[in-house]
Design a protein around this ligand. Structure first.
Ligand SMILES: [Mg+2]
Length: 109
């Protein structure tokens, strides 16, 4: 599965919360939630993964990303364009990495 469009974000409730608390607080919370996800990723790197915590923080960040998209009127097609470009760039870099690795292997033989 490479589409996540089946996730329901409850935009009406998110917009209500943005209106109550304001853009600045929501952006601060987004930063905090991203750091909580980073912390869970670090725990995984240390071999202390608690998957339920990771998924919870992942969901928190996704909610915040949705709020940021509502605050800044970020359209899915804009995001898709960036994703398409960046994944294509990553693919080119991955292929170049493999080519260089193969070249070094052949030079060493
Ligand atoms: Mg959190």
């Amino acid at each position: 599965m490479d589409k996540i469009t089946t996730i329901e974000f409850h935009d009406k409730d998110l917009l209500g919360s943005i209106n109550i608390h304001g853009q600045n607080l929501k952006e601060t919370i987004a930063i905090e939630e991203m750091s909580e996800l980073i912390k869970e990723i670090c725990k995984d790197q240390r071999g202390e993964l608690r998957r339920d915590n990771l998924v919870e923080e992942f969901a928190d960040v996704m909610i915040c990303m949705r709020m940021l998209s509502l605050i800044h009127d970020i359209k899915p097609e804009e995001v898709q364009r960036w994703i398409d470009n960046k994944v294509a760039r990553q693919k080119r870099r991955d292929l170049e990495y493999i080519r260089n690795k193969l070249r070094r292997y052949e030079d060493d033989r």
